[in-house]
Ligand binder design. Structure first.
Ligand SMILES: C[S@@+](CC[C@H](N)C(=O)[O-])C[C@H]1O[C@@H](n2cnc3c(N)ncnc32)[C@H](O)[C@@H]1O
Length: 333
């Protein structure tokens, strides 16, 4: 269990210590023992990788140049790597415009976002059940052009909608119904601040298709692909994160991108469902590990138990990447 101490507030908010100027306050803060930073996803996201983190992190090499995650979603793997101090720099992207906007705002303008969320939280939590529902549908019906308000809306909907789902209709309008959480944490200030720090390591691209990663990744980089999973059955599909579904043709494009990256000397990891057709795409050329995960978001209750997923590892075989120059053999006579 991690111990999260509250982040100390500036004197004007927390203490009647107007006599301390900012420099002295900073010295006080830096002399305190460091609170563990709760670097973790700021939103709940279908297919989130939190429970598979141990297996994924142990498959990631200790050293790489740049970390790329082109299906970023909730970013569980990035935030865990950043918390462990293992990300030198990163390029993150997603096809979902709401997410891309959210992460830019979290990185660049966390304090203003927190203020917006505190306001939404107060208004929502102080309302009765009926008013909460009307408030939710009112926010859902808005399409703020302002990036800050749009980011606050994305978090608000994620925390108060049914099951933390993200689903849009063909017009790209969010259409998940209101959820029934008694006391949702709409503004988790320490988590947003920690995510903001982690995201300062990253360039945030997009919204864009995953294939763009080929134009940026270089030998020595690491790419982690976590696409919408190929459904094991018709009812197991939850690929409507964007208005465009992720179809079998996209899985084929992804396999091609995977190959190109490995040829460029990039280390590639990919998560997907253990559908036989997906396994056939990668085996036997690449190492395919089977891992077990519990998936909560599924329209069919019978499919909510543990499921097998795959973790594919791709890297250049060592024979094509000599680590030392071959030396002439000295014959001893
Ligand atoms: C399985 S989720 C990623 C989950 C994430 N790893 C986590 O821990 O929360 C898949 C993501 O891919 C994005 N996506 C769907 N189609 C895409 C595409 N063609 N290119 C890039 N991203 C896409 C979705 O918006 C979604 O955020």
């Amino acid at each position: 269990m991690r111990d999260f101490r509250p982040i100390p507030q500036p004197p004007s908010l927390a203490y009647p210590v107007a006599l301390l100027d900012e420099t002295v306050w900073r010295m006080v803060l830096t002399s305190l023992p460091m609170a563990p930073i709760p670097t973790q996803p700021i939103i709940k996201w279908a297919g989130g990788k939190t429970q598979l983190l141990g297996k994924i992190l142990s498959a990631i090499p200790q050293h790489f140049e740049t970390y790329h995650e082109p299906f970023f979603g909730g970013g569980a793997v990035f935030f865990a790597l950043a918390a462990a101090g293992r990300v030198p720099r990163a390029v993150l992207s997603d096809m979902n415009p709401d997410l891309v906007n959210l992460y830019r705002v979290v990185r660049n303008d966390a304090d203003a976002l927190i203020a917006e969320l505190q306001d939404l939280e107060l208004r929502y939590l102080s309302a009765d059940e009926h008013q909460r529902s009307s408030f939710y549908y009112c926010i859902r019906g808005q399409a703020p052009e302002d990036s800050l308000r749009s980011a606050a809306r994305t978090i608000f909907l994620n925390k108060t909608c049914y099951n933390g789902l993200y689903r849009v209709n063909r017009q790209g309008r969010f259409n998940v119904p209101h959820g029934r959480y008694a006391n949702p944490k709409i503004c988790n200030q320490p988590v947003i601040l920690a995510a903001s720090e982690a995201l300062k390591l990253a360039e945030i691209k997009g919204p864009e298709d995953f294939s763009t990663v080929v134009t940026r990744a270089r030998g020595g980089d690491l790419v982690y692909f976590d696409p919408p999973y190929h459904p094991l059955s018709a009812t197991a599909s939850f690929t409507a994160y964007t208005a465009d579904d992720f179809a079998w043709g996209d899985q084929l494009r992804l396999r091609q991108t995977f190959d190109e990256l490995v040829t460029q000397g990039v280390t590639v990891l990919l998560s997907d469902s253990a559908h036989p057709n997906v396994i056939d795409l990668y085996e036997p050329k690449y190492v395919v590990n089977r891992v077990s995960a519990r998936r909560a978001i599924n329209s069919n209750g019978q499919l909510r138990g543990p499921v097998t997923e795959i973790l594919v590892q791709g890297r250049q075989p060592p024979s094509t990447q000599p680590e030392v120059e071959p030396q002439p053999v000295l014959q001893v006579v």
